[in-house]
Design a protein around this ligand. Structure first.
Ligand code: HEC
Length: 133
């Protein structure tokens, strides 16, 4: 008994710390998987969309969608929002880049289609709540 007790105690400690480390690891992975507006989403919009979606350019003048800031993106077009937080499938922002609309609304308009990687990042961001993060 005198010998077994410490062994039992130490394996219990080992199991608990393994559990804790595992928990920390999955928490870290979840934090890393979060898509950031500032780091991930805006650079893509800047590269692929901004030339037309600023005041004075054709995308903004026709639709009213200004993609310069988080606030202007969330405001949407003159007809209303293009992002429904948590629901990428219902968001026009995602529909136009995934080519689920009339072809004249496919974005970027008359430009090379976005890569799957770019499109997935935007989709994940919307599904994660479209936060200003
Ligand atoms: C070469 C110019 C151009 C580029 C680049 C461009 N757009 Fe557009 N965008 C337009 C025009 C023009 C319209 C208006 C289309 C219409 O109403 O016929 C528009 C409209 C839209 C709309 C509104 C669609 C609706 O529901 O009426 C969304 C959303 C949109 N663009 C998103 C984007 C995104 C996201 C990108 C970058 C991936 C992008 N656009 C890049 C020109 C552009």
């Amino acid at each position: 008994m005198a010998i077994r007790r410490p062994n039992g105690f130490f394996s219990w400690v080992a199991a608990l710390s393994a559990l804790f480390a595992g928990g920390m690891w999955s928490f870290g992975a979840a934090a890393q998987d979060a898509v950031s507006y500032g780091e991930d989403v805006f650079p893509i919009l800047e590269l692929r969309c901004l030339e037309c979606h600023v005041p004075g350019a054709e995308g903004y003048e026709k639709s009213g969608l200004d993609l310069r800031t988080y606030e202007s993106l969330m405001k949407g077009t003159k007809h209303g929002p293009v992002v429904t937080p948590g629901r990428a499938f219902e968001s026009n922002l995602i529909a136009v880049i995934d080519q689920r609309t009339d072809p004249e609304l496919w974005m970027p308009h008359n430009r090379k289609r976005m890569s799957k990687c770019e499109r997935l990042l935007l989709r994940f961001w919307v599904n994660q709540g479209a936060k200003d993060n």
